[in-house]
Design a protein around this ligand. Structure first.
Ligand SMILES: O=C(O)CCC(=O)C(=O)O
Length: 281
């Protein structure tokens, strides 16, 4: 058993669901993990509607909902099961408390893909050998890992076998050799993927070689949020939800959007809080 990690509840007061030993092992060895079926039907309906409005009728939304993670979609940011994983694989516990997360929001996008949409573009891998400025790092000691820039994909519609979920080259975050061209084809058996019910999260380290692929299901589009997290004093992507979006969130959730620095001593000299003057851009 590893030490208890902070925080123990999410911003809505729900108990954080710690990673199991099996999940920790699988994540480290493969570089990715699925958390199936985390949302109920009512939550999914609201979030899907918000994402579709955000994509196609943004002006009809109130300003505080004009963001991928505005309105009902804010609960995705710190779902208790996602926090359990992020606490373990990317949190700087020196900046975590019961009131603030030890990790930060980095960037996000929403993708709505009809059959035929193709995003085959393998990239990344061997992050174990990168320096920290790249954020695409993977660090480890016996019994502890740091996953660097971490992507949480929220699948808002079912993904069935053959539909075209994200492809992963399992283990390639630690690969010492360059990927040979003959393994780069999308038909190669080296690629792993998943199927999952709507409302699942798929978490992977951006240190891993991964790719989108063709969406094949003509009965159902893929609707996914691709949200990245980083350690508190690092940010890879530009941008942050507007202050009026963040203002609608409970305080602990707002800590995901604090400025990008570490500091020392006690708050406000150490970055364990978010306020108007400590907001990331
Ligand atoms: O399109 C996908 O399924 C994967 C997207 C991707 O490569 C990423 O988010 O880093």
């Amino acid at each position: 058993m590893s030490a208890q990690l902070l925080p123990n509840t999410n911003a809505d007061g729900l108990p954080v669901i710690p990673m199991t030993d099996a999940q920790r092992y699988i994540f480290d060895v493969r570089g990715w993990l699925t958390l199936p079926g985390l949302l109920n039907t009512a939550q999914l309906d609201e979030i899907r509607a918000h994402q579709m409005n955000f994509l196609y009728e943004r002006d009809t939304l109130p300003s505080e909902e004009q963001d991928n993670h505005g309105g009902p979609s804010q609960i995705l940011l710190d779902h208790p099961a996602v926090v359990g994983v992020l606490n373990e694989i990317i949190s700087n516990q020196g900046l975590a408390s019961e009131d603030s997360y030890g990790f930060r929001f980095d960037h996000t996008y929403t993708s709505h893909r009809e059959a035929g949409h193709d995003n085959f573009r393998p990239h990344g891998g061997s992050g174990y050998f990168n320096f920290s400025g790249s954020s695409h790092v993977y660090e480890m000691l016996p019994g502890k890992v740091h996953a660097g820039l971490t992507r949480v994909v929220w699948e808002l519609n079912d993904v069935e076998s053959g539909d075209g979920g994200t492809l992963f080259l399992s283990g390639s975050h630690k690969a010492a050799f360059e990927r040979p061209e003959e393994l780069s084809d999308r038909q190669s058996e080296i690629w792993d993927t998943y199927d999952c019910p709507a409302g699942s999260a798929v978490i992977f380290t951006e240190a891993l070689c991964h790719s989108g692929t063709r969406w094949n299901n003509s009965d159902r589009a893929r609707l996914s949020l691709f949200t990245c997290y980083n350690t508190v004093n690092a940010k890879w992507g530009k941008g942050c939800p507007a202050p009026d979006v963040v203002a609608t969130m409970p305080p602990k959730r707002r800590s995901l959007f604090r400025g990008v620095w570490h500091g020392m001593g006690d708050a406000p000299q150490i970055n364990r809080y978010h306020d108007e003057s400590n907001h990331a851009i």
